[in-house]
Design a protein around this ligand. Structure first.
Ligand SMILES: [Zn+2]
Length: 295
């Protein structure tokens, strides 16, 4: 599981920057994995191997979550160069430039201030790089506890002391429909469903979840003529994915769905609960070594 294909900014907040893996690292990883008899396959090949209980070893399917524009600008060229099939799970709210990139906004806020004071007086020291990293994580916790369905208003309230561009990121971070159309012509690329809103399923009714996933499917079909058959749950921890959620995805007819549970695919793995390893600039070798040692 990857997110952004870009060079991490050392001056930035690590919690955000670790979503970036640079193109040169992708090349290094591909060389290393291939030298150790790993094979990069598409999600369709992986699904077929699981379904038919094929005896294969060290297969790797590369996936990228969310649909960042750098996947097109930096990712596709390096995956093409290395001959690696890749799946981008697109959140269509990002493509429509309607996203509230609160984690990016928060990074800018702690980087550009020596202290952050919330409207209720809570104070976060941001005077050093180390304290900025801590303030980011502490304020992140505050934001995660805000009502997610009215997040913009809640953020405007707690950050009333600051002038913030809440539209930040919408014109620079997400893929465009044009780029998705181009990517879909790429034989190595698969476009998957990552919901419209990227909201957590927690606290949503089945109807709300289904509407959100179908909205993404319809928008993708209308704007890019793509039928998405693979799904990735749009939120963090594996514990957040319940049996009920899996059943719901099954009802919607997806071929596979991916979680963020860190594990290997093995005999008997449910195609609707594909585990994935989070790969960062610093951890890629550990992940590949684990595959070599276990698969
Ligand atoms: Zn995501």
């Amino acid at each position: 599981m990857l997110h952004k294909i870009d060079v991490p900014d050392e001056k930035g907040i690590w919690y955000n920057q670790h979503l970036k893996v640079s193109p040169s690292t992708i090349e290094e990883m591909a060389d290393y994995a291939k030298r150790h008899n790993c094979r990069f396959v598409s999600l369709d090949e992986m699904e077929e191997a699981i379904r038919k209980k094929k005896n294969v070893r060290r297969w790797i399917a590369v996936t990228l979550d969310d649909g960042y524009q750098d996947n097109y600008l930096n990712g596709a060229p390096v995956f093409r160069k290395c001959g690696i099939p890749f799946t981008i799970y697109v959140c269509t709210k990002m493509v429509k430039k309607e996203m509230l990139y609160w984690w990016e906004i928060l990074e800018q806020l702690v980087l550009s201030n020596n202290e952050v004071i919330l409207n209720d007086g809570r104070f976060f020291d941001c005077s050093t790089k180390e304290l900025k990293e801590k303030a980011f994580l502490d304020i992140r916790e505050v934001i995660l506890k805000l009502p997610q369905n009215s997040l913009l208003d809640s953020m405007k309230a707690i950050f009333a002391n600051y002038e913030i561009d809440y539209n930040y990121g919408n014109n620079i971070l997400g893929l465009s429909w044009e780029e998705i159309r181009e990517l879909s012509k790429e034989p190595l690329c698969t476009i998957g469903n990552h919901s419209y809103s990227h909201n957590s399923f927690t606290g949503c009714t089945d109807e709300m979840i289904i509407r959100d996933i179908r909205q993404a499917a319809e928008e993708m079909k209308e704007k890019a003529s793509i039928e998405m058959t693979h799904f990735a749950f749009p939120f963090g921890e594996a514990t957040a994915v319940s049996k009920h959620d899996i059943d719901l995805i099954k009802r919607l007819g997806f071929k596979t769905s991916a979680t963020t549970n860190e594990d290997f695919i093995c005999y008997g793995t449910d195609v609707l609960e594909l585990p994935r390893f989070f790969v960062t600039e610093k951890t890629w070798k550990k992940v590949i070594d684990q595959i070599i040692a276990n698969c």
